[in-house]
Design a protein. Sequence first.
Lengths: 249, 268, 232
Amino acid sequence: MTSLNASYLPSSSGLLAPPALCFDEVAFSHEGKHLLGPCSFTLDGIGPTMVMGPNGSGKSLLLRLAHGLLSPTRGKICWSGQELCPRQAMVFQQPVLLRRSAIANLMHALAVNHVPRRERMKLAMEALDRFGLAACAKVPARVLSGGQQQRLTLARAWLLSPQVLFLDEPTSALDPAAIKAVEAAVLEFHQQGTRIVMTTHDIHQARRLAGDVLFLSGGTLCEHTSADAFFNQPVSPKAQAFVAGELIE
Amino acid sequence: MRKTFKLMLAVVAAMSLTLSAYAADYITLASTTSTENSGLFDAVLPKFTDATGIEVRVVAVGTGQAFEIARRGDADSLLVHDTAGEQRFVENGYASERADVMYNDFVLIGPASDPANIRTAENAAEAFSAIAKAEAPFASRGDDSGTNRAELRRWESAGVEPDGDWYRELGSGMGPTLNTAAAMDAYVMSDRATWVAFGNRQNLTLLFEGDKVLFNQYGSLLLSEEKHPHLKHDLAKQWHNWLLSEEGQQAIADFHVDGQQLFFPNAK
Amino acid sequence: MEDNAFCVALSLLVSLDAALFQIVVLSLKVSLMAVLIAAVLGFPLGAAVALWRFPGRGGVIVVLNALMGLPPVVAGLVVYLLLSRAGPLGELGFLFTPGAMVIAQVVLVLPILAALSRQKIEEMLGEYREQFISLGMSRARMMPTLLWDARFALLTVLLAGFGRASAEVGAVMMVGGNIDGVTRVMTTAIVLETGKGNLPLALGLGLVLLTLVMLINAGAYLVGEVTKRRLG
């Protein structure tokens, strides 16, 4: 892991197929309450995959199960046919940052990943630079603006050179300029060959980013189609209503 | 972060050095609060240290606790005031030798109004029974100290079983007992030295003194070499002998508070 | 009398009395040393209890919380029996030395540092947990990160521990013996002077102790505030 980014940088096009994610009859319940599934799908396209659906439909839950923060009650989650875990990272709705400077946050992530001490500073500065935060290196992470904080978590994810990146409503609390920056960053990950799985309730954002769409409602997977199909000819009545902008449960 | 940690380590190291540095030649002496509180040791110990180079570290507790400390082998020498207890200590093999060092006396203290009228008592027994009869508040050490043991003997010879609301066992040292007695206008038996040096008398005054049974003898003990071979017996013996020597006896006699001699050397 | 005590305290401070100075220095040394040792042991212990789930964990938490209220004389008695010649550690010859006082205060302060740091770190872990798992951190790896990120909260905990250490008298009296010039600290000196009926001097010493503890608290508070503002 000494030269993080070089280890899997895509050849040139950047559109190498990232690891495929497969849900096999996955269900999750907590304290006797059934919350998700059972649902089955395979993400083996290029993506980015947008996970959509109204509040409480199980979007975040699906992400956490896929990322391994939660274990499914039933069913299996596997990667490219095996249960091997690719390098992955997750960006949360509320950025979780340590009570240290921006650069120290990045160096901590590198330390956790056993990057040698002498390389950490350089890699961290590069990542800050890439996400437009070079000027904030010494600023305490928690006094950065919301947009800067989210970009910092993206920079941290970048340093881990993930093969899969999960994002849980990363822009829901941001202003348009910040949203634009985060979306650009997400696309940059995508272009580097990272599988993007992102939840959003913003249909316009989904139109801008989606390669394919997972549509959930009430803990059930209603639809998994390409973005074109989803936005133009949604099949399930719930998805039709959702795309039409109606309020659904 | 590492800098802070290193700094902390350095501080800890430096402090543990200074904490563990102690004089090579010293003995630990278990003794009573009366000798410490009166200031006797402040006057006498420097003279001994000048003469021998030995430092004496005094742990001042009640006589009962002093015996216990010596019994467990935690002190090199013992200077207390309970002759009967001291003799038992020797008989039980914890000490090899006991010698009279000095004496003073116990006095009866009480509120100036003297409700039990002990001022006019002929002897100690009369004074004690007068207090019991009047059921006037009496503050007892109640801590198995030498003074406490002496006080209980006085009740016994007065033929009184001290019991009831008026008899208050405090379980404290001499000084705290005097403080409490001052606060509740109670009678109290104190050794003269602590009383003379005591600064918070309020209404209290000396009401009865002079009966021979109130004699308060201090003894020095040499602890058993067999029971506790690890103790500094050589140094302790030097201390013991010095106390009994002319020089030591003179140092005790020279100690005065407010022009009053508090301890009277009587080594044989 | 209060006026009197203030005068005594003031003149004690102004005259920089050598004996007083020695007592103050010893008090600080013993309590700071005890708190540092207790921190080195107690903070990781608190963090470990916050991080790991094991059978009897609830019991450990209850015991730690209860030990925060351990009466100093009980701690003193236990350490006394341990260090006494007749006790298991008697060979060390530690009884009636400052070292014994440090040990007794560590016994008193350790539960406070462990129990309070457990609480603070568990709170913080609630916020960080998912991110930590996402980063692939083991529990052992989370410990130093949490301890460092909780540093401001832990500073307050440290002060609570120092307050307890410097204010207690029962334990140091018992295992130190209040030996003049060797194990006499502020609190035992106050007990002694009270026993002598020197109430103004005792109160004066109390004021000096209070002033010191306040200065240390103010210093720590300032350092904490300044760094907090700087680091967010």
